[in-house]
Design a protein around this ligand. Structure first.
Ligand code: GDP
Ligand code: MG
Length: 305
């Protein structure tokens, strides 16, 4: 880097919307949480966890980057999945920079995703995540080379979202690509996640944590009622967990209600921490037959927006 550009780096304030793209489960939500420095998106080892578009903002005196966490890009067949993928694609057309997050070598099966990304014509950074799990530099190189066959990148940055490694390089490369611009959001505005959306998402995260694959794709959480008790700095929350079949309801409630109790306890403890309030949580499980196939239900439950 020559001295002139270094000077301009120090001087210019930059702004970008940064889309975080990638297949389900590569660590997109973990990355946005780590970048922003607090939990705004739920993380799960089950795929297709993130449903809406979540903004997380990182500020410094030299930049404001608005990260957009998107649901994973994949071929959606079911109505809910299609709606979610569509919302991911829409979100990505509106950003200034795209981070393509990957954790393994490219597959020709995903060619349609790569073609879509290439057609957007937005500068891209290849982010190879989970390097804490990779054995050697050779493994990382293999992954990088496999993607270079399909796409062009401005930068390639190996990171671990979990360990927050190489974040300096990642931020610097985003900075270098970004255009000059003022801050568009107040500095204390960290995320578009409201208290209500956090509560329902955190509950959903615990449902995913406590159940196996038969539940995740068909669970929605609705907040029925919230009342604030300012005297005790506490929140009373009534929420419904919506599933598609009576058999799923039985699983979620568990023997003697143990499963639901455990979901409630974990959600409450996590929410206490995030919202810095005492939470009283009452959970119900309800069946809404095949809601994930029904466009109206999907919108009413607040997904895919
Ligand atoms: P998303 O579907 O792309 O949003 O992925 P998530 O952020 O929900 O993460 C999927 C899984 O990968 C979770 O179990 C995370 O804990 C895990 N994960 C994410 N980043 C890393 C990382 O850097 N290292 C390791 N070892 N695991 C990670
Ligand atoms: Mg996610």
């Amino acid at each position: 880097m020559d001295s002139i550009s270094r000077k301009s780096i120090l001087k210019t304030h930059k702004f970008s919307f940064v889309g975080i793209a990638g297949k389900p489960n590569v660590g997109k939500s973990t990355l946005i949480n780590a970048l922003v420095g607090e939990k705004i998106a739920i993380v799960s080892d089950k795929s297709q966890t993130t449903r809406g578009r979540i903004l997380g903002i990182k500020n410094s005196d030299k930049y404001q980057f608005v990260f957009v966490d998107t649901p994973g890009l994949h071929k959606g067949k079911k109505t809910l999945n299609r709606t979610i993928v569509k919302s991911a694609e829409n979100a990505l057309t509106e950003v200034d920079v795209i981070l393509l997050v990957v954790d393994r070598i490219a597959s020709s099966k995903d060619k349609f995703i790569y073609q879509k990304l290439a057609s957007l014509d937005i500068p891209m950074i290849l982010v190879v995540n989970k390097i804490d799990l990779l054995q050697s530099k050779k493994d990382i190189d293999k992954i990088i080379l496999s993607f270079l066959e399909f796409l062009d990148f401005k930068y390639v940055i190996p990171i671990s979202a979990k360990k927050k490694s190489n974040f300096d390089y990642l931020i610097e490369s985003i900075y270098l690509i970004s255009n000059e611009g003022e801050k568009m959001f107040p500095e204390d505005y960290i995320s578009n996640q409201t208290e209500i959306s956090k509560i329902s998402e955190w509950i959903r995260e615990k449902v995913l944590l406590e159940t196996k694959e038969e539940i995740p794709h068909s669970v929605a959480v609705i907040i029925d009622n919230i009342s604030e008790n300012s005297k005790y700095n506490s929140l009373d929350v009534n929420a419904s967990i919506i599933v598609e079949r009576a058999s799923q309801k039985k699983i979620l409630i568990g023997k003697n209600g143990q499963k639901l109790k455990s979901i409630g306890t974990k959600a409450r403890l996590d929410l206490n921490k995030t919202l810095k309030k005492k939470i009283y949580l009452e959970l119900w499980v309800k069946v809404k037959k095949n809601w994930s196939q029904n466009q109206k239900d999907i919108s009413n439950f607040g997904y895919g927006g």
